[in-house]
Design a protein around this ligand. Structure first.
Ligand code: GMT
Length: 379
């Protein structure tokens, strides 16, 4: 198949899923065309059968906000024609599904079916803003196919948006061959020279991630035992987290690495992963940690319980309950054998439901189903 993929190129779960999906599809022989305003994070455009098409947004003094949605629609239609795309697959409804809808209309009567994958904040935060809701609902209704990354998000979309169309749940995935425990653990000494346990966090540091709660949890752990904390990523709350680290005099124990590629080279060293978010429709970073045999302490919100099983792969606590999170963290870290046992179980569970080898064929089958339905409708 020839597939056009649009996503946000920035550091965020939806872009990561779209990129990993495109690379997996290309590895399976499909031709994949990424259409966005920048090369997505984690994308290797040199990869065989991967193409990148940049959307250029013209600025003009009249435009306070250059119309990206329109430029994207035009680029989608151009690429669909020049590369003979079979379909478009857009990740994150706003504004990508609206652009895809325009591109499809522009090309009619030629067919260009499009699939929208909902990731979370496009529904739970942005989409439920009154100004975005009607057009988001419209573009979801108009999509030839819609997928959601968890049962939670599917149910929430139906409830919040009152949409009356099937939504297929295809869960996020991880490449279980690439994400695993690192055999060579020597790099740990960069942060934990005396063999201290290593706690990690990875996100885009948006307020919903509660980075400062992660620091508070670590501070409580540190009161009871030696430990080190590595935070990967960047975003609006990094400054507040760094300030909190300084005010708690934890500078020597906490390391902010910023945005990193090859996340598996870090996660594969950790003893515990923290994801104290106020909301997660899935929690991809937790899954990536689990594949690397790292137990997870996360919040019992959204789609997280579909990924992390409480008491088995780690623990789930209420949002903002830093005391309970710290209590469980200390339990895991103070008994290395228990932590390793949970970590191994976490990988077993990640492999059972979320390996790319099992999930990518679900997307391929769904693409085929959408193509068949759209062909039948045009016959
Ligand atoms: O969480 C973010 O800020 C990024 C956001 C995105 O769309 O890039 O993440 C959402 O999609 C991820 C990938 O499907 C999910 O793992 C995250 O749980 C989801 N975030 C939220 O629901 C808050």
């Amino acid at each position: 198949m020839k597939i056009g993929i649009t996503c946000y190129p920035t550091y965020g779960g939806s872009g990561v899923v779209a990129t990993e999906l495109g690379m997996e599809l290309a590895a399976r022989g499909h031709e994949v065309h990424f259409i966005s305003y920048a090369v997505p994070t984690r994308l290797d455009p040199a990869h065989e059968r991967i193409y990148f098409h940049e959307v250029e947004v013209t600025s003009y003094p009249l435009f306070d906000h250059p119309p990206y949605t329109l430029a994207l629609a035009v680029k989608m239609a151009e690429v669909a024609e020049s590369a003979s795309l079979d379909l478009l697959h857009v990740h994150y409804a706003i504004p990508h599904s609206v652009s895809a809808l325009l591109a499809r209309s522009m090309l009619a009567p030629q067919r260009l079916p499009f699939i929208t994958t909902l990731h979370g904040t496009d529904i739970t935060l942005v989409g439920s803003d009154r100004s975005y809701l009607p057009i988001t609902r419209f573009s979801i209704e108009q999509s030839d196919g819609v997928t959601a990354i968890s049962n939670y998000l599917r149910d929430q979309t139906i409830k919040e948006f009152d949409v009356h169309r099937p939504i297929e749940v295809i869960r996020n995935f991880v490449n279980c061959d690439q994400y695993c425990r690192l055999a060579d653990q020597r790099r740990r000494s960069e942060w934990a020279p005396n063999g201290e346990p290593l706690v990690m966090h990875l996100s885009n540091f948006r307020p919903v991630k509660r980075i400062t709660d992660a620091v508070e949890i670590f501070a409580l752990i540190r009161q009871k035992m030696p430990a080190k904390f590595v935070l990967i990523g960047d975003g609006p709350d990094r400054g507040a987290a760094e300030y909190l680290v300084r005010s708690k005099k934890l500078n020597r124990d906490v390391f902010f690495l910023g945005k990193q590629d090859h996340i598996q080279d870090f996660l594969g060293l950790a003893d515990l992963f923290l994801l104290p978010s106020d909301l997660e429709s899935f929690g991809l970073a937790a899954l990536e940690a689990m594949a690397c045999e790292v137990p997870v302490i996360a919040t019992n919100v959204g789609g997280v319980p579909e990924v992390v099983t409480n008491g088995v792969d780690g623990y789930l606590v209420n949002p903002r309950d830093v005391a309970s999170a710290a209590k469980f963290a200390i339990q895991i870290l103070s008994r290395a054998d228990r932590g390793r046992e949970m970590g191994k179980q976490a990988r077993i569970d990640a492999r059972k439901k979320f390996c790319s080898n099992d999930v990518i064929p679900l997307y391929e089958a769904y693409y085929q189903q959408v193509l068949n339905t759209s062909t039948a409708a045009h016959a």
